[in-house]
Design a binder for this molecule. Structure first.
Ligand SMILES: Nc1ncnc2c1ncn2[C@@H]1O[C@H](COP(=O)(O)OP(=O)(O)OP(=O)(O)O)[C@@H](O)[C@H]1O
Ligand code: SF4
Ligand SMILES: [Mg+2]
Length: 314
């Protein structure tokens, strides 16, 4: 078994909106990412994916629950205690146009985290990180400014900046959704190579087909909760939760035998300031029963290898 890197237990994150309203962005999420494992967190807009990742990085405070990195409980770690953890756990953002400072050259962007952490031998490390991120030869890119790069190259620079510190884990929040379709596979392939070299990867995406292609494990999130999780192939071939079934039904399948009738979800998109009683999916669930509006189902085994889903019909 590979070492567990990130371990989140029963994470709750609430935001206050005005004096009375509470946004239940994350409402009891548990997940783990091991070294060499590629985990995809999938779900529609607003379900709490980014909040989960940012809370794991301690960029957002947890309301309750526990966050561990390796053996350390970092839920309430101070900024100083977080420093070594930040070296190990790096985040890559969605928009490479926003995340790179246009005033800096590539070599300075990639060197910045090294500078912050007081690490020497920067030029060699920057060169190695650029090459690892697929920008070869590194010399060709060092002196350039972000506006002299394509979108895909910019995202590779962001990844190089994350790799400069030689992290053990990457959190990638929709790393390709702002990129041209033609360069997406290259970036995802790079993340896959990094996983093979032993990094843990937690990728956030709303695109189940990308998750199916690259992830070892998929966690499906709905309105602040994980409603299904398991090996990627199991979740895609044999979805158990009605929400996952609806998501899978609109993913193009290479195997015609697996093609399902497309299922378009009815009902209002969920609102985290007003979470439905019982099963939070019940207002939109095509197979809901009377019990679903009062019983709140927990994740339970729905197959082998840790395949679990939260539905009272299981
Ligand atoms: N700082 C904040 N204050 C108040 N509400 C917030 C804050 N950050 C996020 N939210 C709300 O929490 C919920 C979850 O947001 P989050 O950004 O985690 O979703 P997401 O799954 O990443 O969505 P997307 O796919 O659109 O990026 C949303 O309803 C969002 O509006
Ligand atoms: S518990 Fe009920 S509403 Fe929820 S997913 Fe299962 S059948 Fe649907
Ligand atoms: Mg997000």
């Amino acid at each position: 078994m590979s070492e567990t890197l990130l371990s989140i237990e029963d994470l709750v994150v609430e935001f206050r909106q005005g004096r009375k309203t509470r946004v239940h962005a994350v409402d009891g999420v548990s997940l783990t990412v091991a070294a060499g494992e590629f985990v995809a967190l999938v779900g529609e807009s607003g379900c709490g994916k980014t909040t989960t990742a940012q809370t794991a990085m301690r960029m957002v405070e947890a309301t309750s629950g526990t966050i561990r990195y390796r053996d350390r409980d970092i839920t309430h770690a101070s900024q100083r205690e977080m420093r070594p953890v930040r070296r190990e756990m790096q985040i890559i953002f969605q928009d490479p146009y926003e995340s790179l400072d246009p005033r800096f050259r590539v070599k300075d962007i990639v060197a910045e985290p090294l500078q912050i952490h007081g690490i020497g031998d920067r030029e060699a490390r920057v060169g190695a990180a650029l090459e690892r991120a697929g920008l070869t030869p590194a010399d060709l890119y060092m002196e350039r400014y972000p506006h002299e790069l394509s979108g895909g190259q910019r995202q590779r620079v962001s990844i190089a900046a994350a790799l400069a510190l030689e992290p053990t884990m990457l959190l990638a929040d929709e790393p390709v959704s702002m990129l041209d379709v033609s360069v997406r596979a290259g970036i995802l392939g790079l993340l896959d190579e990094l996983r093979q070299s032993g990094l843990g990867i937690l990728m956030i995406t709303h695109d189940l087909s990308t998750a199916a292609h690259y992830a070892d494990r998929i966690c499906v999130m709905y309105l602040g909760r994980i409603v299904e999780e398991g090996p990627a192939s199991e979740v895609i071939r044999n979805p158990q939760h009605p929400y996952t079934k609806a998501l899978v039904s609109v993913v193009p399948q290479p195997d015609p035998e697996l093609t399902m009738q497309p299922q378009i979800l009815q009902g209002e998109t969920p609102n985290p300031t007003d979470v439905p009683s019982g099963c939070r999916f019940h207002p939109r669930c095509p197979v809901a029963t009377a019990a679903c509006s009062s019983e709140d189902p927990q994740l339970r085994a729905a197959g082998s290898d840790g395949h679990r889903a939260a539905c009272i019909l299981l």
